[in-house]
Design a binder for this molecule. Sequence first.
Ligand SMILES: N[C@H](CCC[C@H](N)C(=O)O)C(=O)O
Length: 302
Amino acid sequence: MGERRIPFLKMNGLGNEFVVWDARAEPVRLSPDQIRAIGDPEDGIGFDQMITVERSPIGADAFMRIHNRDGGQVDACGNATRCIGRLLMQEAGKDAVTIQTNAGLLHAYSTGDPFRITADMGEPRFAWNEIPLAEEFHDTRAIELQIGPIDKPILHTPSVVNVGNPHAVFWVRDIEAYDLSRIGPLLESHPIFPEKANISLAHVLSDTEIEVKVWERGVGLTRACGTAACAVAVAAARDKRTDRKVTVHLPGGPLQIEWRTSDNHVMMTGGTEIEYEGLIDIETLEFQRTGPGDKPILEVVK
Ligand SMILES: N[C@H](CCC[C@H](N)C(=O)O)C(=O)O
Protein backbone atom coordinates (compact mmCIF):
# COMPACT_ATOMS: atom_id res chain seq x y z
CA MET A 1 0.00 0.00 0.00
CA GLY A 2 1.32 3.51 -0.87
CA GLU A 3 1.67 6.55 1.38
CA ARG A 4 -1.85 8.00 1.31
CA ARG A 5 -3.88 5.25 2.94
CA ILE A 6 -7.29 6.30 4.24
CA PRO A 7 -9.57 4.25 6.50
CA PHE A 8 -13.18 4.06 5.27
CA LEU A 9 -16.49 2.39 6.09
CA LYS A 10 -18.53 0.59 3.46
CA MET A 11 -22.19 1.09 4.36
CA ASN A 12 -25.58 0.90 2.77
CA GLY A 13 -29.12 2.03 3.41
CA LEU A 14 -31.43 -0.63 1.90
CA GLY A 15 -28.76 -1.41 -0.68
CA ASN A 16 -28.03 2.26 -1.53
CA GLU A 17 -24.25 1.93 -1.39
CA PHE A 18 -21.91 4.38 0.39
CA VAL A 19 -18.21 4.78 1.09
CA VAL A 20 -17.83 6.89 4.26
CA TRP A 21 -14.72 8.83 5.23
CA ASP A 22 -14.21 10.38 8.67
CA ALA A 23 -12.53 13.70 7.85
CA ARG A 24 -13.08 15.33 11.24
CA ALA A 25 -9.43 14.88 12.30
CA GLU A 26 -7.79 15.17 8.88
CA PRO A 27 -9.37 16.52 5.66
CA VAL A 28 -10.02 14.11 2.80
CA ARG A 29 -9.53 15.94 -0.49
CA LEU A 30 -10.24 13.92 -3.64
CA SER A 31 -10.55 15.11 -7.23
CA PRO A 32 -13.68 14.25 -9.24
CA ASP A 33 -11.53 11.74 -11.17
CA GLN A 34 -10.44 10.07 -7.91
CA ILE A 35 -14.05 10.01 -6.67
CA ARG A 36 -15.22 8.39 -9.89
CA ALA A 37 -12.36 5.87 -9.77
CA ILE A 38 -13.11 4.87 -6.16
CA GLY A 39 -16.82 4.68 -6.94
CA ASP A 40 -16.30 2.44 -9.96
CA PRO A 41 -17.72 -0.98 -9.06
CA GLU A 42 -15.12 -2.71 -11.29
CA ASP A 43 -11.84 -0.94 -10.52
CA GLY A 44 -12.70 0.79 -7.25
CA ILE A 45 -14.57 0.01 -4.06
CA GLY A 46 -17.86 0.93 -5.76
CA PHE A 47 -20.53 3.23 -4.31
CA ASP A 48 -23.64 5.23 -5.24
CA GLN A 49 -22.54 8.14 -3.08
CA MET A 50 -19.29 9.03 -1.29
CA ILE A 51 -19.98 10.53 2.14
CA THR A 52 -17.41 12.67 3.94
CA VAL A 53 -18.06 13.39 7.64
CA GLU A 54 -16.54 16.73 8.61
CA ARG A 55 -16.59 19.05 11.62
CA SER A 56 -19.66 21.30 11.62
CA PRO A 57 -18.79 25.04 11.74
CA ILE A 58 -22.22 25.74 13.31
CA GLY A 59 -21.95 23.24 16.18
CA ALA A 60 -23.98 20.39 14.68
CA ASP A 61 -22.76 16.91 15.56
CA ALA A 62 -21.15 16.77 12.10
CA PHE A 63 -21.24 18.20 8.58
CA MET A 64 -22.11 15.63 5.88
CA ARG A 65 -20.66 16.17 2.39
CA ILE A 66 -22.21 14.13 -0.42
CA HIS A 67 -20.76 13.24 -3.81
CA ASN A 68 -22.57 11.17 -6.43
CA ARG A 69 -20.68 8.44 -8.29
CA ASP A 70 -20.22 10.84 -11.23
CA GLY A 71 -18.08 13.04 -8.93
CA GLY A 72 -20.64 15.82 -8.56
CA GLN A 73 -21.37 17.23 -5.10
CA VAL A 74 -25.07 17.31 -4.10
CA ASP A 75 -26.94 18.60 -1.08
CA ALA A 76 -29.12 15.74 0.18
CA CYS A 77 -29.00 11.99 0.62
CA GLY A 78 -31.68 10.40 2.76
CA ASN A 79 -30.26 6.91 3.16
CA ALA A 80 -26.85 8.35 4.04
CA THR A 81 -28.45 10.67 6.60
CA ARG A 82 -29.71 7.58 8.42
CA CYS A 83 -26.32 5.81 8.12
CA ILE A 84 -24.31 8.79 9.42
CA GLY A 85 -26.92 9.43 12.08
CA ARG A 86 -26.42 5.85 13.29
CA LEU A 87 -22.63 6.25 13.43
CA LEU A 88 -22.80 9.57 15.30
CA MET A 89 -25.37 8.28 17.83
CA GLN A 90 -23.37 5.07 18.47
CA GLU A 91 -20.16 7.11 18.88
CA ALA A 92 -21.71 9.68 21.25
CA GLY A 93 -24.08 7.31 23.05
CA LYS A 94 -26.94 9.67 22.16
CA ASP A 95 -30.50 9.00 20.94
CA ALA A 96 -30.56 12.00 18.63
CA VAL A 97 -27.98 13.94 16.60
CA THR A 98 -27.91 16.91 14.25
CA ILE A 99 -26.29 16.67 10.84
CA GLN A 100 -25.46 19.84 8.92
CA THR A 101 -25.75 19.57 5.13
CA ASN A 102 -25.78 22.08 2.30
CA ALA A 103 -29.55 21.52 2.18
CA GLY A 104 -29.94 22.52 5.83
CA LEU A 105 -29.75 21.11 9.36
CA LEU A 106 -31.11 17.56 9.58
CA HIS A 107 -31.91 15.47 12.65
CA ALA A 108 -31.50 11.73 13.11
CA TYR A 109 -33.17 9.73 15.89
CA SER A 110 -32.74 6.21 17.23
CA THR A 111 -35.75 3.88 17.07
CA GLY A 112 -34.62 1.42 19.75
CA ASP A 113 -33.43 -0.94 16.99
CA PRO A 114 -29.71 -0.08 16.50
CA PHE A 115 -29.94 -0.69 12.75
CA ARG A 116 -33.18 1.26 12.08
CA ILE A 117 -32.85 5.04 12.18
CA THR A 118 -35.33 7.90 11.71
CA ALA A 119 -34.16 10.96 9.76
CA ASP A 120 -36.03 14.28 9.77
CA MET A 121 -35.56 15.51 6.21
CA GLY A 122 -37.12 18.93 6.85
CA GLU A 123 -39.86 20.58 4.79
CA PRO A 124 -40.56 19.74 1.13
CA ARG A 125 -40.64 22.53 -1.43
CA PHE A 126 -42.96 22.66 -4.44
CA ALA A 127 -42.57 26.01 -6.19
CA TRP A 128 -41.31 25.74 -9.80
CA ASN A 129 -38.20 27.82 -8.97
CA GLU A 130 -37.45 25.73 -5.84
CA ILE A 131 -37.33 22.38 -7.67
CA PRO A 132 -35.87 24.10 -9.78
CA LEU A 133 -37.54 24.10 -13.21
CA ALA A 134 -36.35 26.09 -16.21
CA GLU A 135 -39.76 27.66 -16.74
CA GLU A 136 -42.72 28.71 -14.61
CA PHE A 137 -45.35 26.08 -13.77
CA HIS A 138 -48.14 26.94 -11.36
CA ASP A 139 -49.23 23.37 -10.65
CA THR A 140 -46.14 21.29 -9.88
CA ARG A 141 -48.33 18.27 -9.08
CA ALA A 142 -48.45 17.59 -12.83
CA ILE A 143 -46.10 19.49 -15.10
CA GLU A 144 -46.14 19.37 -18.90
CA LEU A 145 -43.27 17.00 -19.54
CA GLN A 146 -43.43 13.84 -21.60
CA ILE A 147 -41.09 11.42 -23.22
CA GLY A 148 -41.72 9.37 -26.34
CA PRO A 149 -44.01 10.03 -29.35
CA ILE A 150 -46.25 13.09 -28.96
CA ASP A 151 -49.38 11.07 -29.72
CA LYS A 152 -48.39 8.14 -27.51
CA PRO A 153 -45.97 9.32 -24.77
CA ILE A 154 -44.13 6.65 -22.79
CA LEU A 155 -44.18 8.74 -19.60
CA HIS A 156 -45.82 12.13 -18.96
CA THR A 157 -47.05 14.80 -16.49
CA PRO A 158 -44.80 14.04 -13.49
CA SER A 159 -45.12 15.58 -10.05
CA VAL A 160 -42.00 17.50 -9.01
CA VAL A 161 -40.73 18.06 -5.46
CA ASN A 162 -37.55 19.33 -3.81
CA VAL A 163 -36.55 17.52 -0.60
CA GLY A 164 -33.07 19.02 -0.50
CA ASN A 165 -32.58 17.79 -4.07
CA PRO A 166 -34.74 17.80 -7.21
CA HIS A 167 -37.16 14.90 -7.90
CA ALA A 168 -39.62 14.07 -10.69
CA VAL A 169 -42.24 11.38 -9.94
CA PHE A 170 -44.08 9.59 -12.76
CA TRP A 171 -47.26 7.78 -11.69
CA VAL A 172 -47.51 4.35 -13.36
CA ARG A 173 -49.44 1.11 -12.92
CA ASP A 174 -46.41 -1.14 -13.41
CA ILE A 175 -42.90 0.08 -12.42
CA GLU A 176 -41.32 -2.80 -14.38
CA ALA A 177 -43.07 -1.89 -17.65
CA TYR A 178 -40.51 0.79 -18.51
CA ASP A 179 -36.83 0.56 -19.47
CA LEU A 180 -35.70 3.07 -16.82
CA SER A 181 -32.03 2.50 -17.64
CA ARG A 182 -32.76 3.90 -21.12
CA ILE A 183 -35.37 6.55 -20.20
CA GLY A 184 -33.77 7.66 -16.91
CA PRO A 185 -30.75 9.50 -18.35
CA LEU A 186 -32.94 11.33 -20.88
CA LEU A 187 -35.25 12.59 -18.13
CA GLU A 188 -32.42 13.23 -15.63
CA SER A 189 -30.82 15.68 -18.07
CA HIS A 190 -34.02 17.08 -19.64
CA PRO A 191 -33.65 20.87 -20.18
CA ILE A 192 -36.68 21.48 -17.92
CA PHE A 193 -34.36 20.53 -15.02
CA PRO A 194 -31.51 23.09 -14.94
CA GLU A 195 -29.91 21.16 -12.02
CA LYS A 196 -30.98 17.80 -13.51
CA ALA A 197 -33.30 15.59 -11.45
CA ASN A 198 -33.74 12.24 -9.71
CA ILE A 199 -36.40 10.24 -11.59
CA SER A 200 -38.91 7.91 -9.91
CA LEU A 201 -41.57 5.55 -11.26
CA ALA A 202 -44.24 5.22 -8.57
CA HIS A 203 -47.14 2.75 -8.40
CA VAL A 204 -49.69 3.52 -5.66
CA LEU A 205 -50.76 0.17 -4.15
CA SER A 206 -53.14 1.50 -1.47
CA ASP A 207 -53.72 4.53 0.79
CA THR A 208 -50.60 3.52 2.71
CA GLU A 209 -48.31 1.67 0.27
CA ILE A 210 -46.36 2.77 -2.81
CA GLU A 211 -43.80 0.81 -4.83
CA VAL A 212 -41.01 2.82 -6.44
CA LYS A 213 -38.11 2.37 -8.85
CA VAL A 214 -35.49 5.13 -9.06
CA TRP A 215 -32.98 6.48 -11.56
CA GLU A 216 -30.72 8.68 -9.44
CA ARG A 217 -29.14 11.88 -10.73
CA GLY A 218 -25.40 11.39 -11.06
CA VAL A 219 -25.58 7.65 -10.39
CA GLY A 220 -28.21 5.66 -12.31
CA LEU A 221 -30.44 2.85 -11.10
CA THR A 222 -30.01 2.29 -7.36
CA ARG A 223 -31.51 -0.29 -4.99
CA ALA A 224 -32.96 2.51 -2.86
CA CYS A 225 -33.11 6.30 -2.70
CA GLY A 226 -34.20 7.93 0.55
CA THR A 227 -34.97 11.36 -0.84
CA ALA A 228 -36.92 9.75 -3.69
CA ALA A 229 -39.01 7.84 -1.15
CA CYS A 230 -39.69 11.15 0.63
CA ALA A 231 -40.48 12.94 -2.65
CA VAL A 232 -42.87 10.19 -3.81
CA ALA A 233 -44.66 10.02 -0.44
CA VAL A 234 -45.12 13.80 -0.29
CA ALA A 235 -46.22 14.07 -3.94
CA ALA A 236 -48.72 11.23 -3.45
CA ALA A 237 -50.23 12.75 -0.30
CA ARG A 238 -50.30 16.23 -1.88
CA ASP A 239 -52.27 14.80 -4.79
CA LYS A 240 -54.60 12.87 -2.42
CA ARG A 241 -53.39 9.57 -3.88
CA THR A 242 -52.41 8.29 -0.38
CA ASP A 243 -52.39 9.18 3.30
CA ARG A 244 -49.50 11.26 4.72
CA LYS A 245 -47.98 8.19 6.41
CA VAL A 246 -46.97 5.46 3.96
CA THR A 247 -44.57 2.60 3.37
CA VAL A 248 -42.49 3.11 0.24
CA HIS A 249 -41.28 -0.22 -1.20
CA LEU A 250 -37.94 0.10 -3.05
CA PRO A 251 -36.00 -2.76 -4.68
CA GLY A 252 -33.67 -2.78 -1.62
CA GLY A 253 -36.43 -2.75 0.99
CA PRO A 254 -39.13 -0.60 2.65
CA LEU A 255 -38.95 2.92 4.06
CA GLN A 256 -41.60 4.36 6.39
CA ILE A 257 -42.32 7.98 5.47
CA GLU A 258 -44.52 10.41 7.39
CA TRP A 259 -45.19 13.94 6.16
CA ARG A 260 -46.15 15.46 9.50
CA THR A 261 -49.07 17.89 9.68
CA SER A 262 -47.68 19.35 12.94
CA ASP A 263 -44.55 20.89 11.44
CA ASN A 264 -44.66 19.97 7.70
CA HIS A 265 -41.47 17.93 8.17
CA VAL A 266 -40.84 14.68 6.28
CA MET A 267 -39.76 11.84 8.59
CA MET A 268 -38.09 8.75 7.07
CA THR A 269 -37.40 5.51 8.98
CA GLY A 270 -35.49 2.52 7.68
CA GLY A 271 -32.53 0.19 7.94
CA THR A 272 -28.80 0.82 7.79
CA GLU A 273 -25.92 -1.63 7.41
CA ILE A 274 -22.17 -1.46 7.99
CA GLU A 275 -20.72 -3.92 5.45
CA TYR A 276 -17.06 -3.69 6.51
CA GLU A 277 -14.22 -1.38 7.57
CA GLY A 278 -11.46 -0.88 5.05
CA LEU A 279 -8.27 0.94 4.11
CA ILE A 280 -7.62 2.37 0.65
CA ASP A 281 -4.53 3.81 -1.03
CA ILE A 282 -5.96 6.69 -3.06
CA GLU A 283 -2.98 6.68 -5.44
CA THR A 284 -3.14 3.03 -6.39
CA LEU A 285 -6.82 2.50 -5.41
CA GLU A 286 -5.75 -0.74 -3.76
CA PHE A 287 -8.04 -1.40 -0.84
CA GLN A 288 -8.45 -4.06 1.78
CA ARG A 289 -10.99 -5.01 4.39
CA THR A 290 -9.56 -4.35 7.84
CA GLY A 291 -12.53 -4.94 10.12
CA PRO A 292 -15.99 -6.39 10.56
CA GLY A 293 -19.37 -5.02 9.67
CA ASP A 294 -22.81 -5.98 10.93
CA LYS A 295 -22.54 -9.38 9.27
CA PRO A 296 -19.61 -11.81 8.97
CA ILE A 297 -17.53 -10.91 5.91
CA LEU A 298 -18.48 -14.17 4.23
CA GLU A 299 -22.16 -13.14 4.23
CA VAL A 300 -21.31 -9.66 2.93
CA VAL A 301 -19.28 -11.02 0.03
CA LYS A 302 -22.10 -13.33 -1.21
N1 LIG B 1 -28.61 11.14 -6.43
C1 LIG B 1 -29.14 12.12 -5.48
C2 LIG B 1 -28.30 12.14 -4.20
C3 LIG B 1 -28.46 10.92 -3.37
C4 LIG B 1 -29.87 10.60 -3.10
C5 LIG B 1 -30.12 9.21 -2.59
N2 LIG B 1 -28.99 8.33 -2.49
C6 LIG B 1 -30.83 9.28 -1.27
O1 LIG B 1 -30.75 8.35 -0.46
O2 LIG B 1 -31.53 10.29 -1.04
C7 LIG B 1 -29.04 13.51 -6.08
O3 LIG B 1 -28.24 13.71 -6.98
O4 LIG B 1 -29.78 14.38 -5.60
